[in-house]
Design a protein around this ligand. Structure first.
Ligand code: NAP
Length: 531
């Protein structure tokens, strides 16, 4: 095999992780090449263009902090940014820091094989281009491999078939159309109210109801923006000390240690404030089922107040532990079911039998749709990594190594796969933290590690087997102290994908994770083997 190039660092993916890794590694003097499957930067925000796509983290927090000039000069127009604005920001960052020259777009990596003779990774793109890389940084995203369930007859459907995670770039107009949407996770919950305004008829197929808290999105409060920008570093530092690295104003009180009316007042305040901070209403919602049930009960009552048909309201009330599936944040989701043109179908009561040429057949009814939308989520956290054929020095594949779940050290490094790093991989806080904060922390950790290796003339690093096994236990031990691993079937634990190992993948608790990383670095990267 003749590799066309030999590169210090190959980065796979030009989303927020890949862009920052490129910026950082290039500044440290490494020769870097990024390969990106999409036609532009932005990762998840490049692909997820469905109507209503919006971040559920406050704009002033969901942004890079590595450059104070950047965070001072960029102005977000809303409290929660829309997908187009986040994509504009990603493009601005790419231009401002001259990143594009080092990114090859429309290029998907097919395989990475560690070549023992050269001690380099040999990579192949789907177009058949080869390269050698000393290090590989997998910035492939946690929610980037979209999931198309194995519906019988899907290939026969002749109408417009869409997936929220692979939305077309041009305008999709549902005016006057009959539309079906399968799924009621975050993507569906954001898009349903907007599609329902356009479509003649919208039919929503729900398997599991989701908890959703109103966003109360608004134009950016300029006084608040000025206040944050005046003390941005301190604001970031304070958020980094919080469980999910978010300014969610955690209430240190237990939900069970106060009167019902005091508890109600706090839930009411959080509901009015809106968004993810609802889950921080009390300190025990994630660990005590009785406490969690008080929050669930509050939201159930809200749903029943909003939705006028009691049968529909009952169907929309989730029976799972709140927060066990990612909490959704919406604008008018529940109220949309009061519209005459919107129908909710419970697929547990009438299962989807098949997709037909013209629509969809359940055990009860046949539906005809001009457009059918799959809001069916992702093969999360491991899907994108495992769709690349990754082989270590002994020819062991990552698929085999992860047969029973994604074992690794710190969510960063995998035993048997030297010089290969993950950004926000399984086993790191990633999706249960502010993603951009977690990304910067990971990239900085890897950068420090590579600089230290360069200084010590070390060429090879990987997680030791011992460190990997111990880390897996740590991640599980922490998760097992919460209600999340067993409170529902969720993509956090792989249970949305048939046959996927059931392992709770994120590390819970950003600050304790960072402490561990800092300690490990200070102790000469304990847990990593060098050569
Ligand atoms: P998701 O949360 O995994 O939801 C997928 C939906 O499809 C679920 O309702 C699921 O039902 C349903 N589904 C899957 N297979 C099905 C089948 N065979 N039959 C019937 N229903 C089926 O995916 P998502 O909505 O795309 O969101 C994924 C994640 O992306 C979110 O949790 C969030 O982290 C992120 N996201 C964030 C934002 C934001 O920042 N605001 C917006 C969108 C997405 P079950 O629940 O029964 O499996």
């Amino acid at each position: 095999m003749n590799a066309e190039r030999s590169i210090d660092i190959v980065i796979v993916g030009a989303g927020f992780a890949g862009m920052y890794a490129l910026y950082k590694m290039r500044r440290l003097g490494f020769d870097v090449q990024v390969y990106e499957a999409g036609g532009g930067v932005g990762g998840t925000w490049y692909w997820n263009r469905y109507p209503g796509a919006r971040c559920d983290v406050n704009s002033l927090e969901y942004s890079y902090q590595f450059s104070d000039d950047l965070q001072q000069e960029w102005n977000w127009s809303e409290k929660y940014s829309s997908q187009p604005e986040i994509l504009d920001y990603a493009n601005h960052v790419a231009d401002r820091f001259d990143l594009r020259d080092s990114i090859q777009f429309n290029t998907r990596i097919a395989s990475l094989q560690f070549d023992e003779s050269s001690k380099l990774w040999l990579g192949e793109t789907e177009q058949g281009e080869y390269f050698f890389a000393h290090y590989c940084i997998m910035a492939t995203g946690c929610l980037s491999k979209h999931n198309i369930p194995d519906f019988k007859g899907l290939e026969n459907y002749s109408g417009e078939l869409l997936h929220t995670g692979q939305w077309p770039h041009g305008e999709v107009n549902f005016s006057g159309k009959s539309v079906g949407i399968i799924g009621t996770g975050s993507s569906a919950i954001q898009s349903i109210p907007i599609i329902a305004q356009q479509a003649r008829k919208l039919t929503v197929f729900q398997r599991t109801a989701s908890f959703s808290i109103p966003a109360h999105n608004a134009a950016m409060d300029k006084a608040y923006e000025r206040e944050i920008k005046a003390n941005y570093a301190a604001f970031r530092e304070q958020n980094a000390q919080r469980y999910a690295a978010l300014n969610n104003k955690p209430n240190p009180a237990s939900a069970l240690e106060m009167s019902e009316s005091d508890r109600e007042t706090i839930y009411e305040q959080r509901w009015l404030e809106g968004g993810l901070p609802f889950l921080a209403s009390f300190n025990d919602l994630g660990i005590n089922a009785t406490a969690n049930a008080t929050a669930a009960d509050f939201v159930h009552r809200k749903i029943k107040q909003i939705v006028t048909d009691p049968k529909v309201a009952a169907m929309l009330c989730p029976e799972t532990v709140m927060g066990c599936k990612r909490l959704c944040v919406d604008t008018n989701y529940y109220a949309t079911f009061n519209q005459d043109n919107v129908e909710l179908v419970d697929v547990n009561a009438s299962a989807i039998e098949s997709i037909t040429k013209t629509g969809l057949k359940t055990t009860n009814t046949e539906y005809k749709f001009d457009s059918l939308i799959l809001a069916t989520g992702f093969d999360a956290m491991t899907g994108a990594l495992l769709s690349i054929d990754i082989k270590g020095p002994s020819n062991q594949t990552l698929k085999d190594h992860w047969r029973d779940g994604p074992t690794n050290f710190l969510g960063l490094s995998i035993n048997g796969f030297p010089n290969l790093f993950m950004i926000t991989g399984p086993g790191s806080p990633s999706v249960l933290a502010n993603m951009i904060v977690a990304i910067e922390q990971h990239v900085d950790f890897i950068a420090d590690l590579l600089v230290s290796m360069r200084g010590a003339n070390q060429m090879r690093v990987e997680a030791s087997l011992e460190a990997e096994l111990s880390w897996v236990k740590t991640v599980n031990r922490i998760a097992d102290q919460t209600l999340y691993p067993r409170g529902c079937k969720s993509w956090y634990s792989g249970s949305n994908i048939p046959g996927k190992p059931r392992v709770f993948m994120p590390y819970l608790g950003y600050p304790s994770y960072v402490d561990k990383c800092n300690k490990i670095a200070a102790e000469g990267y304990r847990g990593f083997d060098f050569a």
